[in-house]
Design a protein around this ligand. Structure first.
Ligand SMILES: *Cc1c(COP(=O)(O)O)cnc(C)c1O
Length: 397
């Protein structure tokens, strides 16, 4: 089949919710992907912060093959070795010790919201308000899109559930005026992703933590995009010297195999009893076998150190582009390999032109070029990206 046939078939049969780039991807290798015509692209998007080990990473492929040959799925009515191993590895990395596996980020956040509500209701059945941030992104289910602080994701889907409010991110006084002892939880990304790569001030999250303690409110960190070592530590919130009550993961956790997780401590976990939550697919042996390879690489493979070092270099190189094109690039920001370059104009054309020149990036929040590459990238890959970006930007001044 040639590209045009695939585009036509997709248009005929696939729900039109994605505004896709006009390439048909076929396979990948490390930080590269190839389309069906054999054209090679440098991948600085990694399936939206998912392929943390790059593409076709041999130990991951082998683990998936082996597990598929033994058993793919058996339901959560039984114990499996891959699941309990993934839970214990995740506990070790997160320093929290109760894990639940689902299939996606939205599902992880749904579980976190349910747990927070159940926990708060044990002491006060009116303690149910969940405070989220403007420009956040938490998923596409009815509850998580309500938690998402971007009206464009709400439109047309009402009535939305009660009990969610939004405050400006990085604005402690707004939170201070709303939070009280009827608040159930505060739910935040430690670095906002979809909303445009927003890094909060050093003391903001610490003050959020203090307010949550004061009013006995749970602090939920959505680390679905910023977690999994991407910012140089396993969770991004660790860099603010604070602890979470519940934290959610998904995207990179199994290197591309669908998975989600929420993690909490014993005290909060006691709010849940058999039957309070569940899943058919979540945490099946295939997904957990994949997660174990990723978690092993996190612990022993130097992935986080590489993310921190390469992130510094990427930001440095983008800063020099900003100096060269001050009329185009407004600000470069991020941590580790979660980096944004805010433009003074929409980013779509620049993304398209990079793609023509064999580099995959994307644009979020309309005008923020987003760089969330595999955590295995090297300097030479960043140099190639910068070379292409420089050429593309030069055409836009
Ligand atoms: C991607 C993302 C989600 C949603 O994950 P899905 O797997 O698409 O449901 C939630 N929160 C954040 C911060 C994300 O980046």
């Amino acid at each position: 089949m040639i590209d045009a046939d695939i585009f036509a078939k997709d248009q005929k049969y696939y729900l039109p919710v994605f505004d896709r780039y006009k390439i048909v991807l076929d396979h990948g290798d490390g930080p590269y992907v190839y389309d069906i015509n054999g054209k090679k692209y440098l991948d600085f998007l990694a399936g939206i912060a998912v392929n943390v080990l790059g593409h076709n990473y041999p130990p991951l492929v082998m683990a998936i093959r082996n597990q598929a040959g033994k058993m793919i799925h058996c339901s959560n009515l039984y114990y499996t070795q891959p699941q309990v191993e993934a839970a214990s590895r995740l506990s070790h990395l997160s320093k929290m010790n109760k894990v639940f596996f689902g299939n996606s980020g939205a599902e992880a956040n749904e579980g976190a919201i349910k747990l927070a509500r159940k926990y708060a209701h044990m002491t006060d059945k009116d303690k149910s308000l969940i405070i989220c941030a403007n420009h956040s992104f938490h998923g596409r289910t009815i509850a998580t899109l309500t938690a998402t602080g971007q009206p464009k994701y709400h439109q047309g889907f009402g009535p939305l559930p009660d009990g969610f409010v939004h405050v400006d991110y990085n604005n402690i006084s707004q939170l201070e005026t709303i939070i009280n002892d009827k608040t159930c939880a505060v739910m935040l990304e430690a670095i906002q992703g979809e909303g445009g790569i927003h890094v909060p001030d050093k003391d903001y999250l610490q003050k959020v933590r203090a307010l949550c303690n004061k009013y006995n409110v749970l602090l939920i960190f959505d680390e679905i995009q910023c977690g999994m070592g991407r910012t140089g530590t396993f969770f991004a919130f660790e860099q603010f010297g604070i602890k979470a009550d519940i934290v959610t993961l998904a995207k990179g956790l199994a290197g591309g195999v669908p998975i989600g997780a929420f993690i909490t401590n014993d005290k909060i976990a006691r709010a849940f009893h058999p039957g309070d939550h569940g899943t058919t697919f979540g945490g099946n042996p295939l997904a957990c076998a994949a997660a174990n390879v990723v978690l092993d690489a996190m612990e022993n493979g130097g992935l986080m150190e590489n993310a921190a070092n390469m992130g510094k270099y990427l930001i440095e190189r983008l800063q020099t582009l900003k100096e060269k094109y001050p009329s185009l690039i407004k600000q470069v920001r991020g941590k580790g390999l979660m980096v944004g370059a805010e433009l003074n104009k929409p980013g779509k054309k620049i993304v398209d032109e990079c793609l023509e020149k064999n580099v995959i990036i994307n644009c979020t929040a309309g005008n923020v070029l987003r760089f969330v590459p595999p955590l295995i990238i090297k300097k030479q890959h960043i140099d190639s990206l910068i070379l292409v970006l420089d050429k593309v930007l030069a055409e836009h001044v």
